[in-house]
Design a protein around this ligand. Structure first.
Ligand code: NAG
Length: 383
């Protein structure tokens, strides 16, 4: 007890000296509200100072002792320039199964990470809303490698799922590194993220997710109806589990399976850059499979696979929707739904810029499909 008191006293001295050195401006960062002996209690609040640690991971500036208290590890001497003190360092908080995320910028990994996980359990993390000014949780899949869906597009051995929020998140599986999802908080209810993996499928799983709480007035808050919100002026977006490689499974009628995940219905939105008035979606050159949404890939002449020649617009099973779609300067034939095995460049003026994905529960006739992978560019308003 005596020793503990002594330590506390020393720490208090450090804090006093430190506050004295850095002055009142940055004492908010380290001091925060209600500081007792030392201000553990300010971490996770709005006044926290974020930093970029090694490996580009985002952390919180804390004292080393605070960091270990919240289960983090400190990295990066160059970080925390704002606090600019010798004591503060960049604290990266990483959690695994059965824990809770009580701090902004928590990372959620498989047990044993960075090693792979052989499967065979259900792994949850509970995310606590930091305050009433927080509206959404953004989950970035830095790494997302789970078992592939069946040849029928079902995530039956592994899945990622979310509960407790007020916006729907589909169950997904397979390879989704680089993707992300947004979830709306439902009042103060915690959001639970689940990764379920089956031991009956032998596969090396690995995941590393970044959990960010998005303020209600944050520029990175996704418009309602957007499961994804891409913020670059141009880039690419793909459906979940898209890759140009074929599914390794057959489907329930014994033919080449689909990588496309069944039963999806969601919007992937793009943040409108200032001065732009429309967005154009195009199939990237060099990937013939980049729009293989309905039909039999093997039945199409490879020379026209992916092109406008095999685009379909009477779409009722699996399709993408691009609102008020124009192709070649005129309204797209058949409206705003696109399916088949190819797509022409498609431009839309609707806000938010969005592409919706709809897949039904039956991928049986979608033979050898991958889903879609499109580039987008935003077009300046006419002058
Ligand atoms: C959480 O951290 C991110 C930076 O990664 C920041 O943009 C966001 O505003 C923070 N959220 C809150 C509620 O402070």
């Amino acid at each position: 007890m005596k020793i503990v008191c002594k330590i506390l006293l020393i720490l208090k001295c450090i804090l006093v000296v430190h506050t004295h050195i850095i002055g009142s401006a940055s004492s908010e960062v380290i001091g925060g509200r209600n500081p007792k002996w030392f201000p553990f209690y300010s971490i996770g609040r709005f006044a926290q100072d974020t930093c970029v640690g090694t490996n580009k991971l985002i952390g919180t500036c804390t004292l080393a002792l605070q960091c270990s208290d919240i289960g983090g590890t400190t990295t990066g001497a160059t970080a925390c320039s704002q606090a600019n003190t010798r004591q503060a360092s960049c604290c990266i908080v990483t959690k695994t199964c059965g824990s809770s995320a009580d701090y902004n910028n928590t990372y959620f990994v498989n047990s044993g990470y960075p090693q792979t996980f052989p499967g065979g359990s259900r792994c949850d993390i509970r995310v606590t809303r930091l305050g009433s000014d927080v509206c959404q949780l953004r989950i970035d899949f830095l790494e997302f490698t789970l078992a592939q869906p069946t040849g029928d597009g079902l995530c039956s051995s592994d899945y990622f799922g979310v509960s407790g929020g007020s916006s729907p998140v589909p169950r997904i599986c397979g390879e989704n590194s680089g993707q992300h999802v947004y979830v709306d908080f439902s009042g103060d209810h915690p959001i639970t993220i689940t990764v379920a993996t089956s031991s009956s499928v032998s596969f090396n799983r690995r995941w590393h997710f970044h959990l960010q709480q998005i303020g209600c007035d944050s520029p990175s808050k996704a418009p309602s109806g957007c499961l994804q919100y891409w913020m670059d002026k141009s880039g690419y977006v793909s459906s979940f589990n898209y890759a140009s490689a074929a599914s390794g499974s057959t489907n329930s009628i014994g033919v080449q399976g689909s990588r496309q995940i069944a039963s999806l219905s969601y919007g992937a939105c793009v943040k409108a850059a200032p001065g732009t008035c429309s967005i154009t979606w195009s199939r990237p050159t060099g990937d013939a499979f980049a729009f293989t949404v309905t039909g039999d890939v093997g039945a199409i002449d490879p020379a026209i696979l992916g092109t406008a020649a095999v685009q379909e617009q009477m779409c009722t099973t699996d399709y993408v929707t691009i609102p008020s779609a124009q192709q070649n300067g005129v309204d797209a034939l058949g409206g705003d739904r696109f399916c088949g095995l190819g797509i022409d460049d498609t431009t839309s003026i609707s806000r938010p810029y969005v592409i919706y994905t709809k897949t039904n529960a039956n991928e049986m006739t979608d033979i050898g499909n991958r889903g879609w992978y499109l580039t987008y560019t935003q077009n300046m308003c006419p002058v």
